[in-house]
Each structure stands twice: as structure tokens, then as C-alpha cells.
Design a binder for this molecule. Structure first.
Ligand code: ADP
Ligand code: MG
Length: 606
């Protein structure tokens, strides 16, 4: 993104902004034009702010103008109380909006998709009601008159023009900063797949609440000025649902999750709104026209104006250069020279506990009437490759989910290095050294392979969140891990462009970035071609040689029996047997329940 700002594509909007900056000087009698542009700036401020939580993280808020209203009331109430111009209370408006957003965000961000959208509208309407009823403070439905500043008659709109203009620039800068940071990368990961993001160490709650809070700040600051600009603040005006709809429309038209999309969209919506008012008059005609614009956007440009155009340009370029052929066989050649120990190993001091690295005790997990996992005890010895096998539906994935924290077991305990982690969050377990791949790979499909590898976080810290997304040694390590896996040539490919098997290897590479002490692999060999299976087996062996413990769920019995030191057999949610590969291979119960009589032949072929 930083690079993008330097590219010529950023010159266009920056040049346009420079033109906008001098308009009041160039056009001497421009009060009307200035008023329209002030509305444009306001919409850019709001759409860009909204974009931080709803564009980047994908949590669509339809009530975000609540923070504009909070800024308006903060300015009006405190301005009156202290006898100062409301507009100078911008920082307090921003602070108030941020505080309210932090509290509300913490509550509402527990819901998602439709429920989240509806709750955000409810929050907006609640504030409208609150403002109408807190009469001593807000003046109730009558509202508060905000006296104009002393310079208003002399200077007209021009000072407002520059205040909103600067606020707009600051909002765009904030937005660029977030997008370039690890916070921004994490938010995009959350939009792609929140559960996956948590499993690679991203503290999703913290990330979402931070983005939600930051998104409210531009609204609050602008609100304090806007109230004085309108010279009147009342519940229906300050907490208008239509404002929320317009600002969402602005971001959608321009292109959400982009830096300049909400900027372009803000100008389009504000100007279209003005034109439809002039041409068609009344509010209902205006809403009708804006509704039509929304429908057309969603139908013909679902990604928004900016992404649609840039994709078209990119496609033209790509069709001229030959598309790179992905060589299935090349991947099987592993770079044996890569020294993996220092790339992936945890520091030796990570754990001094001598007992089993992972232990589950009496785990029970029910889904309604189904008991998927029933009182399972299981131990994974440090430094081992341990297998977990069992028929489909026997509870293997559910057990993994209990170990990693995706599910809370109904009873039982999970111990990592002897410490009870049953109550820990998914990301905390990732930080503590528990890495996990999924049965159906869950890479971030909108990201490149390299970005997928840079996304995992070994810890959460404020410094980490504000750091540039490619800062630190992650990129170098990611390249080394990719080389180790033989995936180096794919770093710039989109994750979605890889074959299923390649994606599985990338997912394993992604987990290695966490320097896990134990890796849980859920059916790593299913659906991948035989060449890659051989490759996978050698990777697992080398990781294990380097000190990583592996717990592997797999239906490929020859693979499991050849790799593992110990194998646990699960049937109908219960442990049937735990033993060495030989014990498992020869156990009559296991043969009957799972392996079938032919397995001996297969095992000989490995
Ligand atoms: P395996 O991985 O061994 O094939 P699973 O752990 O996926 O088995 O499933 C075990 C049982 O739990 C199955 O009966 C499955 O239908 C049920 N199950 C798994 N996940 C859920 C869920 N999220 N909701 C309801 N039932 C589930
Ligand atoms: Mg499964």
C-alpha cells in the first residue's frame, strides 16, 4: 500500500485534492460551491471512517452516523456550558465518540453478519431516543441552537471549508496508516475468515474493537464542527438513519476496503444528492434516486467503482503477459539445504516442563443430542509424531477443535506443557505454541501466498499492531519457510489460484511462521496427489527432527503407520485403543471397526 501511494495512481487523487484546496481563492463568490464541497468532505470523512471497520474487517455497520451525532451533541452541549465555539471541541467530540464506540463495540462485535447490521441500526435509534428524552441535557426534541462563531458573517463558509478539508485529509491519512499496518492486515484476515485468523494468533476481539473505535473518531471530530455549521442540533438530524445509508452508499460506490474508494464515493454521493435535490425537489424523490444508484451499483459494480476499474486495467495487462504456469511436479523438489531449525524452532526456554506436551483429560463435547466426543483421555508425548485415526464422524475434528479452543468442551481439560489451557482463547493458544491446519484448507483467498505467511502473529502487542505490515523479519522468514516447503515460486500467486494440495502445504507453511511447539494436522494428505503426499511426509519428518511435535489425523493408514510413534484410535467419540503402529495394525477390534481386512497389504506398500 505504501508503494501504491508512491505510484502515479495516487497522483490523480492527490492532484484533485490540491485543486479542491484552492477553490475558495480561485472562485471569489463561491459560497454555494463551498457548501456543496463541505458536504462532500463530510461524506468522505464518514465513508473513510466507516471503511475501517466495515470495509476492512467486513463488519457492516448501518448505524455509524451515531458517532457523528455524538460529536454534534458533545460540541453543542459543552460549547454552551463553557461558552466556547462548538467547533473547537473537535478533540472532545472525537474522544467521546471513541469512548462510546469502545464500549458499544465490545458488546455488538460479538455478533456478526445480519445480526450485527441490525444491532448497529438499533444503537443509532436508541441514541435518537436518548437525545429526545434527556431533556435537561439535550433540550429534547426541540434540540439545541448552536450560535455561529463571531467570524461567520464576515468570512461565510470558508473557514468551515478548510476545517472539513483538513479533517478529511487527516481521515485519509489515518485510513492509509491503518491499511499499511499489521492491524489492517489482520482486519482483512478477519474479513476473509475470522476463525482462521484467530487460529494463527490474531486477537480478533482486540482487532475488531480497535478498528471500530478508530472508525468512530473522524465522525466525532467532524460532528462537533458540523453542529455549529448547521447552527442547530436535534435528535432526528443528529442521529439520522439516512446519513448512515448515504455514507455506506458512498463507500460501496467508490469501493470499500480501498483507500481512495470512499473518497471518490463521498464526492459522488454528496454531489448526486445535491443534484437530485435541485432537479427533483423533496426528500422522497431524493431517496428514490439514491436507492436507484445503490441498486445499479450492487448489480453492475458490486466491488465498487475503483476496484472495478483497476481490475479491468490489471486484466488488460495480464492478458498481454503470459500467465505463469503452475508446475505441480516442481513443488515436490524440496530444498534440503534450507536450515529450518532457526526459522521455525521456539526458543529452548519456551518450556521446561518434562511431561507430555499435550494432554486432554475427560473431554466431552455434545452437539444437541449427539455426543461427538465422549470422555476422551489422550496424551501426546513431546517430540513424537502421534496419530489419531478413526472412521468419519468419530469425533477427530471435534477433538481438535476442543484442543485449539474453537469449541469449549462440555467438560474435561486440555493441558499444554502441563498448564491448563481449557479456558484460553484460540489466539492465546496459538501464541503458546499450538499450531493447527484444517481439514478443508482455510487460507485467506484474497491474499497472496506471501501475505498469508506474513499474517500469523506470535504475540499481540500495541507496537506490533501499528508496525508496518512488512516490517520486521517476517518477510525473510516467510521466504525461507516457503523455500523449505518448495513453494518459493508461488509467493506472489493468489492463494486461491493454487491447487488443493499446494494450498495444504501453504497452510502448513503458514502455521510454521508461529514457531509452534506442536502442530495439529487435520487430514493433511486427503485430496492431494501422491507426489505431494511423499513431499508432505518428508516435511513432517524434518519438522519432527527439528524438535516439533506433530499430532496427525489422517485416513491414509499406510502414511500414519509409517510416520507415527503412537497411534490413538477413535470410534464413535471414544478412544478404542492407543498403541504403537504394530499394535494398532494387529488389533482385531481396530480391524473390525475401521481398517478392514485389506489394510495389511496396503501397509506393506509404503
Ligand atoms: P471426524 O472429524 O472424525 O470425521 P467430526 O468431529 O467432524 O468427525 O464429527 C463428529 C460428530 O460431531 C459428527 O456426528 C458430526 O456430525 C458432529 N459435529 C461436528 N461438528 C459439529 C457442529 N459444529 N455442529 C453439530 N454437529 C457437529
Ligand atoms: Mg474431520
Amino acid at each position: 500500500m505504501i508503494e501504491k501511494l508512491k505510484k502515479p495512481s495516487a497522483f490523480v487523487p492527490l492532484a484533485l485534492l490540491a485543486v479542491v484546496a484552492v477553490i475558495p481563492f480561485v472562485l471569489p463568490d463561491s459560497q454555494y460551491e463551498e457548501a456543496i464541497l463541505i458536504t462532500c468532505f463530510l461524506f468522505v470523512i464518514m465513508a473513510s471512517g466507516w471503511n475501517l471497520i466495515s470495509g476492512l474487517a467486513g463488519y457492516v455497520s448501518l448505524g455509524h452516523s451515531v458517532y457523528l451525532g455524538i460529536g454534534m451533541y458533545t460540541g453543542a452541549i459543552l460549547g454552551k456550558l463553557w461558552g466556547v465555539d462548538a467547533m473547537w471541541l473537535m478533540p472532545l467530540g472525537a474522544l467521546m465518540a471513541a469512548l462510546v464506540a469502545m464500549v458499544i463495540g465490545f458488546i455488538v462485535l460479538r455478533t456478526r453478519s445480519h445480526a450485527f447490521v441490525i444491532i448497529t441500526i438499533a444503537v443509532l435509534l436508541s441514541f435518537q431516543l436518548l437525545a429526545a428524552n434527556l431533556k435537561p441535557l439535550t433540550g429534547g426534541a426541540d434540540g439545541i441552537v448552536v450560535p455561529p462563531p463571531s467570524w461567520a458573517f464576515e468570512l461565510g463558509n470558508t473557514p468551515y471549508y478548510y476545517i472539513f478539508f483538513v479533517l478529511m485529509l487527516l481521515t485519509i491519512a489515518l485510513s492509509a496508516f491503518v491499511m499499511n499496518s499489521r492491524l489492517g492486515a489482520g482486519l482483512v484476515a478477519i474479513r476473509n475468515d475470522e476463525g482462521k485468523a484467530a487460529s494463527i494468533g490474531i486477537n480478533t476481539t482486540l482487532y475488531k474493537v480497535t478498528a471500530y473505535t478508530l472508525s468512530a473518531i473522524p465522525f466525532g471530530a467532524a460532528g462537533a464542527v458540523y453542529g455549529q455549521y448547521l447552527s442547530f442540533v436535534n435528535p432526528l438530524g443528529a442521529f439520522a438513519i439516512l446519513t448512515s445509508v448515504y455514507l455506506v452508499l458512498a463507500a460501496l460506490i467508490g469501493g470499500r476496503a480501498t483507500l481512495w474508494g470512499p473518497v471518490i464515493g463521498g464526492f459522488i454521493v454528496a454531489i448526486a444528492n445535491e443534484v437530485s435535490t435541485v432537479v427533483a425537489g423533496g426528500v422522497s424523490a431524493r431517496v428514490l434516486i439514491m436507492g436507484l444508484v445503490l441498486v445499479l451499483t450492487v448489480m453492475f459494480m458490486p466491488a465498487g467503482l475503483l476496484p472495478t476499474i483497476s481490475n479491468r486495467i490489471k486484466r488488460n495487462k495480464e492478458s498481454k503477459s503470459a500467465v505463469k504456469f503452475i508446475d505441480q511436479a516442481a513443488i515436490a523438489k524440496q530444498n534440503d539445504d534450507v536450515q529450518i531449525d532457526n526459522i521455525i524452532a521456539r526458543s529452548k526456554s519456551a518450556s521446561s516442563y518434562a511431561g507430555p506436551i499435550l494432554e486432554v483429560k475427560g473431554i466431552v463435547k455434545r452437539f444437541g443430542g449427539v455426543t461427538a466426543v465422549n470422555n476422551v483421555d489422550l496424551t501426546v508425548e513431546r517430540g513424537s509424531i502421534t496419530g489419531l485415526i478413526g472412521p468419519n464422524g468419530s469425533g477427530k475434528t471435534t477433538l481438535f477443535n476442543c484442543m485449539t479452543g474453537t469449541f469449549r468442551p462440555d467438560s474435561g481439560q486440555v493441558l499444554l506443557d502441563g498448564v491448563d489451557i481449557t479456558g484460553d482463547q484460540v489466539w492465546t493458544r496459538a501464541h503458546e505454541g499450538l499450531g493447527r491446519t484444517f481439514q478443508i484448507t482455510r487460507l485467506f483467498k484474497s491474499m497472496t501466498v506471501l501475505d498469508n505467511l506474513v499474517a500469523p502473529l506470535e504475540k499481540t502487542s500495541a507496537r506490533q499492531m501499528v508496525a508496518g505490515r512488512y516490517s520486521g523479519d517476517e518477510v525473510d522468514r516467510a521466504r525461507e519457510v516457503l523455500d523449505f516447503m518448495g513453494l518459493g515460486q508461488f509467493e506472489k500467486q493468489n492463494a486461491a489460484a493454487l491447487s488443493f494440495g499446494q494450498q495444504k502445504l501453504v497452510e502448513l507453511a503458514q502455521i510454521l511462521m508461529l514457531r509452534p511447539s506442536i502442530i495439529l494436522l487435520d487430514e493433511p494428505a486427503s485430496g492431494i496427489n501422491p507426489t505431494l503426499i511423499g513431499k508432505l511426509a518428508s516435511v513432517i519428518k524434518r519438522l519432527n527432527d527439528a524438535g516439533t511435535t506433530v499430532l496427525i489425523v489422517e485416513h491414509n493408514i499406510p502414511l500414519v503407520l509409517s510416520l507415527c510413534d503412537t497411534v490413538h484410535v477413535l470410534a464413535a467419540g471414544e478412544i478404542l485403543l492407543s498403541g504403537t503402529p504394530d499394535e494398532v495394525r494387529n488389533d482385531p477390534q481396530v480391524i473390525e471397526a475401521y481398517l478392514g481386512p485389506d489394510h495389511l497389504l496396503e501397509a506393506d506398500n509404503v
